[in-house]
Design a binder for this molecule. Sequence first.
Ligand code: G6P
Length: 623
Amino acid sequence: MCGIVGYVGKKQAAGILLDGLRKLEYRGYDSAGIAVRNGAENAQVVKTSGKLQALIEKTENGRNICGTCGIGHTRWATHGVPSVANAHPHVSGNCAGTGNGPVESSVVGVHNGIIENYAELKAKLMSKGYSFYSETDTEVLVKLVDYYYNKYRIGPIDAINRTMVRARGSYALALMFTDYPNQIYAARKDSPLIIGKGDGESFLASDVPAILKHTRRVYYIQNHQSARIEADSITFFDLNGDEISLPEATIEWDSQSAERGGYEHFMLKEIHEQGMAVRNTFASMVRNQAIHLEECGLTQNVLNGISHIDVVACGSAWHVGVTSQYVIESLTDIPVRVELASEFRYRNIPMNKGTFVIVISQSGETADTLAALRKAKESGVPVLAVVNVVGSSIAREADYVLYTMAGPEISVATTKAYSAQLMAMDLFAIQLSYSRGFITEEKYKYYIEEASRLPQKIEQILKNKEKLQWFSSRISSQTSMFFIGRGLDYSICLEGSLKMKEISYIHSEAYAAGELKHGTISLIEDGTVVVGVMTESSVLEKTFSNMIECKARGARLIALTSEEHPVSDDGEVDFQISVPASDEIFLPSLAVIPLQLLSYYTSVNRGLDVDKPRNLAKSVTVE
Ligand code: G6P
């Protein structure tokens, strides 16, 4: 995780770097720092612990640092506690811990990723006379570059290449060398990094939102490649140090979408953008009442070859996988297994001819999901990626890509990307089912029609959010909550519960309703809130009975149903929420909206930082 930025041009760099870091704060926010050079002068390094705001205040929003070339970093701690000493940028010299002020080091750098063999490299450097002021792997990396740079006098690119050969792990690295003013050097392996070309200025960043308001022209630097970035030119190199050319790409995202646009939090804004995210995803896959998968290479032949599907993902994307398992298995006779990427990558999973792997990822950079994709590819099975970020590692490495059209998602807790993923997976399931002859053309058209109505129904739910806002004020002091449901409803419970715990810090568990009696019910006590998700009519009564069992033990009940099948209002339930009727395979797309709002308002009521919950980061590029 962590976010890195860089700027070189004619403008003052510090303000641009801080603004870029603000857009990347979702990637990590336990400390931050910038290094800025004014021409050939030494770099000024300023670092603070805590959120970016501390750095903004310390630098008077960048006004008290002069220079037109610089790099910056917002950190999610891996090696070493969050502190000023461990904050980036790191320098090749000794900087007495705080690292604030001008530094005389030959190399100064920022890094996103993890260096796995840092201990071994550190020992080697110590034997060569280096000493260390921080606990980070990044300081080791910067000093290793410095070591090669000074030992061989070979120039920045060769020093970086030698470092890349020695360092194991993942990195997006941005460096400045004292001998090379007005230049930034960058290198990458398995951590995201884009390089932006403006008019007489150049940028680098971990993610698009950081540079979107400056330029749309970008280069996606690949693994083991490096770059020399100057105001008027960007030059790329391979691991041999030979110059290479990379294609320029254009970012299509609207720059407003990376701004809060009047909403108090990105999460609330993104919750409200869900109608659009789902609509755009639908429109990208459906034309003339037909789903077009062949455009991403999923031809009839490919679909015919599928005999079994593994869906692999992390976090909320994994919850989408759980929902799609129910949907695909209800529309076809193709067995689906849903795996956590962090488990899949280390387990012996039989993958045979006919196995088809689907990885789901908003960022396209999640380390475990990327590793799972590579494992599947090594086994020779085809991989479809459902991804939001164009040009991301997962999108580049998969055989087939279905892009979700959610636009940039900034809040750590995913909402609109999740909804767009549900839509993409629903449409995939419908097409698979139809093309394999499991449903009639009439049914196929019916499902597409039902899917097309979801955006408007989502917007309708959002219009009635006051009731949820009110109710959330009544549960804000809870210490424990349970979300129970069966089938598709259980998959929504997983997401509702995760949303609640990650942003409100209320302990919360999702349980398949029928499992409650096997242990968990012992945790129900007076006042515990139990949310029953009951949109599936065939199991509604069963889940409702489980809720009543909880009520008998003192629980307060929230029922989430469809308008078509509400639970009888005879006082058993404390609060009932209904979502518009739809074919039941699509109800997860609607039922999740009130649960997102409930979590959002609960977090706000508890006075928490909704967009940046403690200990989390949006894009998890470490194991
Ligand atoms: C983090 C985010 C989640 C996300 C998960 C997977 O934990 O906070 O919202 O679902 O990573 O991320 P991905 O980018 O692969 O969808």
